[in-house]
Design a binder for this molecule. Structure first.
Ligand SMILES: C[S@@+](CC[C@H](N)C(=O)[O-])C[C@H]1O[C@@H](n2cnc3c(N)ncnc32)[C@H](O)[C@@H]1O
Length: 392
């Protein structure tokens, strides 16, 4: 999460200015780190990338956000009132204390052993978060399309909390999320989307800026696992950064939402449904496609400066099949994510270097950086590979 580093004397005034614009991250708190003179103020993910005056005089830092404990203690109080302290104590750490907000929905992960308390969990969450419409239990990401199985467990209907026979009128999971100054249409029960990847996307933006600087022209960006397009949202928000785009996904629902998003981000028409991949404009190749087959179309190969590979379970197996897409006339970059056992990270680094062309002189070889634990053994990592032009 982005934070503004604000000197202590300015914190109160900055807080009220951010609140006025709805740019203060809700549910997160201000904290200090390695410095008694200043505080880190959490910025709402929806606020623009480039903040205007007076915010622009403060440094922006990306840190893990710190939840506001008052809201947290509220939720524990409500849950304790509903179930009694003995039940709470009996299940210790198993209660779902964390959650993800996607617009006015909250997604929680309830352990199997606690499913019989889903209604009370939903009620306590809705009581402690008055802006939430729908609470969903996340039963995990499934299949090749990485779609979450989400079960509604509680909702707010005309101000009342309902945990049984939830009416269809409040069940829709299609929402607009604000991120980095753009609205992203998503539907997490039909297409992969995670708000937790914003910092990853901010890093991609910083790398894209470097590559643009190096090439001295707008980038041709290829995002063949684009989902609803959140990586493009942030790249397109920077004038002059991106020229041509190829954005595709195997999931037709994701592409339908992507078309909706591009209509808003680009301010021009796009097909209403999930059309197969085609050149829709001179600078936009969009649609449903299997990424592994893109290299069979001569129009798509040898074209792209920035290739985004976001299929972390399979990246190591498929990387070589995407290499033909890269423009080898000038320096280029592959930005990817990988899920790998901790003790195989070095092996994975060698596999990435082997499957990609040589690194650009003066830049380090691709090296996985651990972003978080995916399970007790697996780590979710990301990398960037700076690629040298082909030597004739
Ligand atoms: C982890 S999600 C990432 C989505 C998006 N890039 C994001 O950051 O939100 C992986 C995406 O790859 C898509 N996918 C899976 N296999 C694919 C394939 N063979 N070709 C194209 N897309 C594929 C899924 O539908 C899913 O949207």
């Amino acid at each position: 999460m982005r934070h503004l580093r604000v000197p202590n004397r300015d914190v109160e005034s900055i807080l009220s200015l951010l609140r006025e614009r709805e740019w203060l991250a809700s549910g997160m708190r201000v904290f200090s780190q390695d410095d008694a003179e200043s505080r880190l103020v959490p910025i709402d993910p929806g606020s623009p990338i480039a903040l205007p005056a007076p915010f622009d005089k403060y440094e922006i830092e990306v840190h893990e956000g710190q939840p506001d404990n008052r809201i947290d203690s509220d939720w524990w109080n409500h849950l304790t009132n509903l179930l009694g302290p003995e039940v709470i104590a009996a299940h210790g750490e198993a209660w779902p204390s964390s959650h993800e907000f996607i617009s006015d929905m909250m997604i929680v992960r309830i352990e199997d052993t606690l499913e019989r308390f889903s209604a009370q969990i939903a009620e306590a969450k809705l009581l402690s978060h008055p802006h939430i419409r729908l609470v969903l239990n996340d039963e995990g990401v499934q299949g090749e399309l990485r779609i979450r199985k989400l079960t509604p467990i509680g909702a707010r209907v005309d101000g009342a909390i309902v945990t049984e026979a939830i009416p269809d009128s409040v069940m829709s999971t299609r929402v607009l999320v604000r991120e980095s100054g753009k609205s992203i249409a998503c539907d997490p029960s039909k297409a992969y989307f995670s708000t937790k990847l914003q910092s990853e996307r901010l890093e991609t933006l910083a790398l894209a800026r470097q590559l643009r600087e190096l090439l001295g022209r707008p980038l041709r960006v290829c995002d063949p696992f684009c989902g609803v397009g959140p990586s493009l949202a942030i790249l397109l928000s920077e004038p002059g950064l991106v020229g041509e785009v190829l954005a595709s996904d195997l999931n037709p629902h994701a592409v339908e939402l992507l078309m909706d998003n591009l209509r808003r981000w680009d301010g021009r028409g796009y097909p209403m449904g999930p059309a197969p991949i085609s050149r829709i404009y001179e600078d936009r190749i969009i649609g449903v496609a299997d990424a592994m087959k893109l290299q069979t179309n001569p129009e798509f190969i040898g074209r792209w400066d920035l290739l985004i590979v976001n299929l972390p379970h399979r990246t190591l197996d498929i990387l070589h099949s995407l290499v033909p897409l890269i423009d080898r006339e000038t320096p280029s970059m592959v930005r990817g994510r990988v899920i790998v056992p901790e003790n195989e990270i070095e092996h994975a680094n060698r596999s990435i270097s082997r499957d990609l062309p040589d690194s650009l002189a003066g830049f380090p070889a691709p090296n996985l950086r651990v972003k978080r634990d995916y399970s007790s053994k697996l780590r979710l990592c990301s990398f960037q590979a700076w690629i040298a032009p082909r030597e004739d």
